[in-house]
Design a protein around this ligand. Structure first.
Ligand SMILES: [Zn+2]
Length: 236
């Protein structure tokens, strides 16, 4: 009997996609091709690397989250125009750059982590990339933690990320050399390592719509696991 494995996989993916949509999972937080295609390195390679050329390079490294430095407030009130942190004076938002009274602002992510691989540690700042970790945007996050943050699934996700291993995507150029020397990196994207191993459809030769050919989450429901297992077996 002939079975078309690409067709089987496409159906499995479509089902997964529909299910995530039904669960209101935000598919815009799925990992990009950039993280997949970036060169895999160690933290030490990034710290020691010197880039003479003006070329921008993307690297990824795996590391465990050792500490979440601002787990209670992983965001800031940001001027909508320049993304500057606004100051509140008598409950009026002021931006140091715009210098406008009652400036229009919004919550934006700013998460600070200390991470380590087997040899080195470093500090990683996530701005909008925090949504890859928490699965929602900053507005949704700040709303979810009110009135009790312990009841927020997103807050729990943040707390539980400690000691877990993630892949971090960083952009390296000559300008951030000083930050690299000080072990401070900005991650453009983050992906849990186990998730990445679970499925990697991009290696396949099938062409699918971009959102569903990306990798993501097996986490909670066993239904998903079964689907993924099957896809994996077919792959081999
Ligand atoms: Zn401003």
């Amino acid at each position: 009997m002939l079975i078309n494995p690409a067709f089987e996989k496409a159906i499995a993916l479509q089902k997964w996609h529909d299910r995530k949509k039904a669960q209101h999972k935000d598919i815009t937080v799925l990992p990009s091709l950039l993280i997949k295609n970036a060169k895999q390195v160690k933290i030490v390679d990034i710290i020691d690397a010197s880039f003479d050329d003006k070329e921008v390079k993307y690297c990824r490294f795996n590391a465990k989250i050792k500490d979440i430095l601002n787990k209670d407030d992983p965001w800031y009130s940001s001027c909508k125009r320049f993304y500057k942190k606004v100051d509140f004076i008598n409950n009026i938002a002021k931006c140091p750059r715009c210098r406008i009274e009652k400036v229009d602002y919004e919550e934006r992510y700013l998460l600070k982590l200390e991470v380590f691989d087997k040899k080195e540690h470093c500090y990683v700042t996530l701005f909008e990339a925090t949504r890859y970790l928490l699965g929602c945007d900053a507005k949704t996050y700040t709303e979810s933690i009110s009135p009790k943050k312990e009841e927020s699934t997103f807050y729990r996700k943040l707390v539980l990320s400690k000691e877990k291993e993630y892949t971090f995507l960083v952009k390296i150029d000559a300008r951030n050399e000083g930050d690299r020397a000080g072990r401070r990196l900005i991650a453009e994207e983050i992906q849990e390592v186990e998730e990445a191993i679970a499925i990697n459809i991009e290696d396949e030769d099938i062409e699918l719509e971009s959102p569903i050919r990306k990798t993501k989450h097996i986490e909670d429901d066993t239904d998903d696991k079964i689907t993924y297992k099957r896809v994996k077996i077919e792959k081999n």
